[in-house]
Design a protein around this ligand. Structure first.
Ligand code: ADP
Ligand code: TRP
Length: 317
């Protein structure tokens, strides 16, 4: 049986945190290693350009994310690892989709509504974000898109756009993708109990040093009055099973400091091997760039083929 196609991406916009890891990136590795999928993992640098508008920062963050991918266990021998901007079919297809997608439809996107509610001045790239993401997904005959809960709507947009294109041009050019969201870890809370996010300043970095872990855990907001500090437990649950945690939390009712110390140990034990792997990789950035160049070549082959079929379907080829 042929393998299903899988694609996902992350924007190089800052330090990866355990919310990104448990919400999305860990699944990438598990799915890759399951052997059931032909995997494509992208660095969504053109999406990041909406935010990162500084040359050095863009270069650094892109390399950082490539290191993250490799350190968590994505393997260029098993998966196609590439940078979005290296494959121009993405932006070209996004334009074709732009001519089908209506403004009211895009105005219903959560990300757009959030930005508007904050009275932000929104650039066209941010407004159009779901269209480029649809192109990312649809170019690779993608069956499944593993993402965190907050990206579910974007995958629906990709489905809708594929359906609309196929309908308008009376074709079957695009396959309809599905999201893949792990229920238990759909939203990882940050140290203040809200969703962990770079933009909330409540993260535990994925490759944190022991000191950084200690600092973050010590700042977890604890609501006094209960035996179990909810925010500590919610994060602890990611690193140990509830059965493993029960004796610890039973023995330390109301002793928040002891529970936090145990959490620090467990996070550090988990992060240490990945942190070491990443530090080693960081010593040879040339090797990392080579991996991305090879990935781009492979991605381009698939994407260009789909773009050609698309151009034929619309009548420009
Ligand atoms: P951030 O909110 O920190 O800016 P991103 O938007 O860059 O994170 O998210 C990258 C990926 O990680 C997405 O697939 C997203 O769904 C997932 N993700 C981010 N934060 C969380 C979280 N707190 N819980 C679960 N998944 C998350
Ligand atoms: N929008 C995604 C995020 O913010 C990143 C992304 C870009 C993506 N293109 C994608 C995810 C295609 C999955 C598939 O996390």
């Amino acid at each position: 049986m042929s393998k299903k196609n899988l694609l996902s991406g992350v924007k190089p916009t800052g330090t990866a945190h355990i919310g990104n890891y448990f919400g999305a990136m860990k699944q990438f590795v598990d799915l890759q290693n399951s052997g059931n999928y032909q995997c494509h993992f992208m660095i969504a640098d053109y999406h990041a350009l909406n935010l990162i508008q500084d040359k050095e920062q863009m270069k650094n963050l892109t390399l950082e994310l490539a290191l993250d991918y490799l350190a968590i266990g994505l393997d260029p021998k098993k998966s196609v690892l590439f940078k979005q901007s290296d494959v121009s079919a993405h932006t070209e297809l996004a334009w074709i989709f732009d001519t089908l997608v209506t403004m009211p439809y895009l105005m219903r996107a959560h990300a757009f509504k959030d930005a508007e509610a904050k009275d932000k001045e929104i650039n066209v790239g941010t407004f159009n974000y779901p269209v480029l993401m649809a192109a990312d997904i649809l170019l690779y005959n993608t069956d499944v898109v593993p993402v965190g809960q907050d990206q579910k709507q974007h995958v629906e947009y990709a489905r809708d756009i594929a359906q609309k294109f196929n309908h308008v041009f009376k074709t079957e050019t695009f396959k309809l993708p599905e999201d893949l969201i792990l229920k238990d870890v759909a939203v990882i809370p940050g140290i203040d109990g809200r969703k962990m996010s770079k933009s909330y300043n409540n993260i535990i970095p994925l490759f944190a040093s022991r000191e950084e872990i200690t600092k973050a855990v010590m700042s977890i907001v604890t609501d006094s009055g209960s035996d179990i500090p909810a925010n500590v437990y919610a994060i602890h649950k990611l690193f140990k099973t509830e059965a493993e945690l029960k004796p610890l939390y039973d023995a330390n009712k109301g002793r928040y400091k002891a529970l936090k110390d145990a959490l620090i140990e467990d996070i550090d034990a988990f992060i240490q091997p990945m942190r070491e792997r990443r530090a080693k990789l960081a010593q040879s950035p040339k090797k990392v760039h080579k991996i991305l160049a090879k990935g781009a070549k492979m991605a381009k082959k698939i994407a260009d083929e789909k773009l050609t079929a698309t151009k034929q379907a619309i009548g420009v080829l």
